[in-house]
Every structure is written in structure tokens, then in C-alpha cells.
Design a protein around this ligand. Structure first.
Ligand code: GLY
Length: 309
């Protein structure tokens, strides 16, 4: 049994491993682990305390995929719910769909009985206000307060490359060897309302197939969408590449995606034999892993794959 996550997902790996040790499935482990990160208000890239959009509202996205069946569920641009990963799982299990967005996803969450929650903490609202005031002119800021000039504000933020992004992801392999993968995020900080990144898009930020392995992304979501990064990595393994070769190829694909901001992508992946691997376009990044014989998660270096040039 194995669970791996992005560095900020380490807080959830013991819960994920406990789910597996208790006889839970890989899907159970992914949900249990990611819920811990979503509740962590100190993490400003996921769930409670996430960085708000341009108008000061936290909108969250998540997806989950079951490698045994290729079933998947996802939600995007959801407001007011702490655990989008659990809503995504319910989409997978209770609806004949993969993705619900916005108001419809919130209606579904209410129907499933999920409690409403306030995701905008005082700390994240203070960060939001400080960033807007620092980056935008006084006129641009006042327009935003009137819900005007959002395109102009987006342009200003692109030019100054000041926006943060972050996400959590987790891949689990259960006692039966089944694989599941999940991703959860509040998306790009200061995003245009309704902007959706790679995290809830199956094939872009998340993919799992028991026959070959799984991959999940964190980073600049538009890049992973345009290169179909998670599915590409798994497909490269299907075509005969090793986990490392497939991961390197999926990262190198991103060099061909032209973007207005500095490039950034991080992958974690497993193959069908339980090997794990991570890569990052930034030097010095790590991911975390835990097997059934470990008392706590350990860090593993991500291979550095520069995307510039
Ligand atoms: N990778 C998360 C996002 O771009 O929204």
C-alpha cells in the first residue's frame, strides 16, 4: 500500500494510510487525505483559507479518479463548501456525469447534505486586499470594488506576474493494487471569477488507470490543460515508457506551450507496480510518500525539469 502527495498534502498522508490500513479503498484514502488539506486554514491554495478571486471570493475545484474503472467525478468554481473532494466523489458515485460547476455543483452539494462553510478567512482576505492594492493602481482597485474593470485588472496582474498558484494532490494504491488519484485547489490567486484550472479536468490535472499508473499536477493549470499532462504521462506508460521516461516526456511537452507568465509545473506519479516519482520545473521541490510499513511520511526529491528555453 502506498500514498504520495504534493508537499502540502503531507498533512493528509497519515489519514490516507489509516484508511488503507483499515481496509479502505484507494478512493477512500484519496478522499480522507485531501480532506485534511482542505481543512487546513494555513494552506492558502486549497479549501478553507484559500486565496480569493479578484472579487474576494474563494472558489474551489477538485477531482477524483478511480483507476480500476476509469470512473471520475469533479466540481469546479464551487463557493461555500469546505470539501470539494467529497462533493467530487459523490458526483462520481451518484450521477451519470463527471463534472459539475458553480451553482449546479452547490445545489448538488446541498442535496447530498454537505454543510455550508465560510472559506474566506480574515487572513486570506487581508492577503487578497494587500496584493490588489500593491499591484493595481488606485483607479483599477476602485473599479474592482464596483465589480468593473476585471479584464484590465487581469492584464495588470499578468504583466506583473505576481499571482500565486498552489494545489494539493494525492495518489493512493490500496491492498488490492487499485489506484486512485485526487486533486483539490482554490486555483490561481486573484483569478477572474469562474476561472477553472487543470485540477478538476480529468486528463489535464488528474488521471488514473490501474493498467498503467496515475499522475496528478500542481502548478500553472492552463499549461496542464493545453498539454493534457496527466493523461499524457499515463499514455506514455501505456506506449511502453518507464515511469521516469513518461514523466520526463510529459514535462518536456510543456516547453511547447506558450504562456504569458513564468512557466511552472509539478507532477507526482505512480506506475502499476507501485513505483513513485515526482518532477518540478523549479529546483529543490519535494513530494511526500508513505508505505504501509512507515510510521510517518517521508520526503522525496522531485526531478528538476526546466521548462524555459
Ligand atoms: N493547478 C491549479 C490551478 O491552476 O488552478
Amino acid at each position: 500500500m502506498l500514498v504520495i502527495s504534493s508537499e502540502n498534502g503531507g498533512i493528509g498522508l497519515p489519514a490516507a494510510m489509516a484508511a488503507l490500513r483499515g481496509g479502505g479503498s484507494a478512493v477512500d484514502a484519496v478522499e480522507a487525505g485531501i480532506r485534511c488539506v482542505e481543512s487546513n486554514a494555513a494552506d492558502h491554495s486549497v479549501g478553507v483559507g484559500g486565496l480569493p478571486n479578484l472579487l474576494g471570493v474563494v472558489e474551489v475545484d477538485a477531482s477524483i479518479m478511480e483507476g480500476a474503472t476509469l470512473r471520475a467525478g469533479a466540481v469546479a468554481a464551487v463557493r461555500g463548501y469546505e470539501h470539494p473532494i467529497s462533493i467530487a466523489r459523490q458526483v462520481m458515485e451518484r450521477l451519470p456525469y463527471v463534472l459539475l460547476v458553480g451553482e449546479g455543483a452547490e445545489l448538488f452539494a446541498a442535496e447530498c447534505g454537505f454543510p455550508r462553510a465560510r472559506l474566506e478567512t480574515d487572513e486570506c482576505l487581508a492577503m487578497w486586499r494587500e496584493q490588489l492594492q500593491r499591484i493595481l493602481s488606485a483607479d483599477q482597485y476602485l473599479k474592482l470594488v464596483r465589480r468593473e474593470g476585471l479584464i484590465e485588472a487581469t492584464d495588470a496582474l499578468v504583466e506583473q506576474s505576481k499571482r500565486g498558484h498552489g494545489t494539493t494532490n494525492l495518489i493512493a494504491v490500496d491492498a488490492q493494487g487499485h489506484i486512485a488519484a485526487g486533486v483539490s485547489t482554490s486555483g490561481l490567486g486573484l483569478k477572474y471569477p469562474g476561472r477553472v484550472g487543470d485540477s478538476p479536468l480529468i486528463g489535464a490535472g488528474n488521471y488514473a488507470d490501474d493498467r498503467y499508473g496515475a499522475a496528478t499536477c500542481t502548478g500553472y493549470g492552463e499549461m496542464a490543460i493545453r498539454a493534457a499532462t496527466a493523461r499524457s504521462l499515463v499514455l506514455y506508460m501505456k506506449m511502453g515508457m518507464s515511469l521516469v521516461e513518461a514523466g520526463m516526456e510529459a514535462m518536456r511537452d510543456l516547453r511547447h506551450v506558450g504562456v504569458p507568465w513564468p512557466r511552472g509545473m509539478n507532477l507526482i506519479a505512480v506506475d502499476k507496480d507501485g513505483h513513485h516519482w515526482g518532477a518540478s520545473s523549479r529546483e529543490g521541490n519535494v513530494y511526500l510518500y508513505m508505505t504501509e510499513d512507515m510510521a510517518e511520511p517521508a520526503r522525496a526529491p522531485r526531478v528538476h525539469v526546466p521548462l524555459e528555453g
